[in-house]
Design a protein around this ligand. Sequence first.
Ligand code: AHR
Length: 859
Amino acid sequence: MLSIPMRTRNQMLSFCSLLFVAAWAAFPVAGGEAVFTVNVGQNKVAVNPLLYGIFLEDINHTVEGGIYAELIRDRSFESTADPCAERTSYLPDNLHPKSEKTAWSLVNSGMAQGTMVFDSAPPLLNSAQQRCCRLDIAAIGPGERVAIANEGFWGINIKEGAKYDFSLYARGDEKLRGNMLVVSLEDEQGFVYASQEIGPLTTVWQRFGGSLRPTQNNPKGRFLIAAQAPGTIWLDVVSLFPPTWKQRPNGLRPELAELIAELKPAFCRFPGGAFVHSGDLPNAWRWKKTIGDIAERPGHWNLWGYRSSDGLGLHEYLQLCEDLGTEPLLVIPLGVTGPNNSYTAPMSQVGEWLQDALDAVEYANGPATSKWGALRAQQGHPAPFNVKFLGLDNERGGREYNERYKLFYEAIKKQYPSLTLVSPADVGKLPCDIRDEHYYGTLTFFQGNDHRFDNYPRGGPRISVSEYAGGPNLAGALAEGLFLLGLERNSDLMTLCCDAPLCTHLDDAKWRGVCIEYDNYRSYRQVPFYIQKLFSRNRGDYVLKSTLDCDKTALEQGERGKVGVETEATRVELQDVQVVGPDGRVLYKSDFGRGAPEWRVEHVPPSCWVVRSNSFCQVCEQSDQRLTRVTTGETNWTDYTYFLKFRKTGGENGVRVLFRFTEHENWLSFNVGGWGNSGSGFEAQSPLQRKLLSPMVPGKVETGKWYDVKVEVQADAARGYLNGQLIAEARLLPPIQLDTVYAGANQESQNGDVILKMINVQREPQRMRIRLNGTAFINPSARETVLSSAELTDANSLDHPFKVAPVEQTVTGIEKDFGYSLAPYSLTVLRINTKAHGGGKWGNLHAADPFPVGTSMPD
Ligand code: AHR
């Protein structure tokens, strides 16, 4: 739960002269003038050079079908296997691997007759491959073919003249021994852009390879392997690579790698995220299965709804970090996963997981004479990669985790004392170098947390925020920006900060990433990309002491809204729901005998709630419903009495009786049988926090028993009754005051540039008075970069890749005390040179020379 420090800023309002007349004239400006006072040269805190990095996790096809250039989806035919039920039992439907459709299809031309099956009968290619593709060709005439086609990651981008390297393993039966196969790049109708014969087949597995050079472009092509005679063939590990970034074999999609390089990340955290522990033990990321020949890599089910080939394995990640010139932050699993650590390797097996961790460090850093260092050298990299940061799993905690963490920490430090270890949780009194925290939320959430780190205790572990995101649009970008101002300001505490997820393949977006979006042939920078880039290019060396006095806006917390019910891993049945206004007027009365069309079902398919006689019943397995919610009524309801009857029919908890519900992040609840079915009390969820509003009264909800609930909601108080008895009373929350603008000031020591970063989260321009104290010289011309758009929801897309992009220009009139206007919904970076001889990066520029929207900024 988050605690929000109160603001301490003064509200000093004054008026200012207008420098940027165009902006003033075009829009009505917001409230009063904000005053931003910067003490140049005073109270400097060094900015942590590890701000800002990137987080590479295979989610949304960040890797498979994303930066990893392999064009064949499901190249080893393993995605057609049934994922073991155990591993996925708690995953929501959209993340269930069963939802992945195979990318392979059968092509019978003319009268040819063939069938395709995914086969696990021996002899398989090797022990890493559990299945292959068997193609039975029953009949085939002259000029006909039976083929399997791969559609790639929703299309294969065929480029005229480019070299496509393919490889595959094949064997034939006696009938096909000595026959050739044909591989080709084609369109849907069978138009061939490039083809090559391979063979001859034998009855044992052989590797075939070659190159194709297409004669035309087609961004949505496919790859085929065809037989021309009757018989049976078996195929496995089919691979197709276009030219890769830096021409590395088994390498990266160049334009995506270039976009990542453009961010100049200070570090790269990989390979996850939850991807590391992956939801169950058999599918945790075990690095030893991710190195060497791709045919020897089994791959694994990825927690994010598809299979990962692990073609981008430990070695390739380390190589990528080296190519980017960035510090690797390698995250390894500790064998603790599942909800409540329900899948955890017993302590008797922990040694194996620990050894894997130690060996990973030896692979990365050991001399080429060491066992694992020698393997690295064999893979073409004799020099150590020099990893300095190691993450001990991701978003884990609790007793099972802490027990293992202690073992890992001590053993790793003993062998590698200079490694910095990152723990994903508060490990209490256990030793800890860096504690990692993750923040996802709306713009409002980040506004409410902009001072979060100002009051963090010093003297303990340093903090990394290796996942934060506000969403893939302008609101998300501004949210990240103002959050980063807080991270920079607390540079003495902060280290290793990056947003997440980085990428989204738009044809299979399970959880939209924030920075780079693409399909199989196009890509663009999403708005938060520019925040990362502008902050990493304008980090400066020191944070200058500054103050900002500005207007506030009030954020309502549970002021009005609908009624509803929410359950977590629990099933209930509802009856007799009624809402009565303060004047006794009935605002709502259920009539479940006639249905429940006025109820909105969230988080589960609507079919999980059905009407049976006079009840509204939750019918799906509770394990499928970690959280579900039904709501009804009007969002402008304020005071009322809410009655309902409920009966628990299965699961772990009781119910949240919701009132003043407006949206996912704004509601109040009388939680009956909450906290693991241990008690009842009032809670408030606002975009900033979840808060207990009354003491928790112990008590359990019994399965099968009907309960009468009444909640009286009046102005700023609520009372909750259970079976006629008053159980809890709460005072409701007053509105929270949020700033309208955010700002920070840094300085580059060498050239003396003062870098002001200012964010306006309002629809109107914001007048600013900027005071630069403590500097004798100020260059009147400054470099201004503005990221802004008309609506907070504005975002870039495949069709409009540069809709929201920074615009740069030189502005004049900068002096010790000057007026300035921040554009509506904007981040502004203003680089002001304060060294007479410095000629800072943008010093002495007088003519306005805007960069066209969408061009990348100069280094
Ligand atoms: O960034 C996506 C996921 O969010 C990460 O895997 C996990 O750490 C977090 O829950």
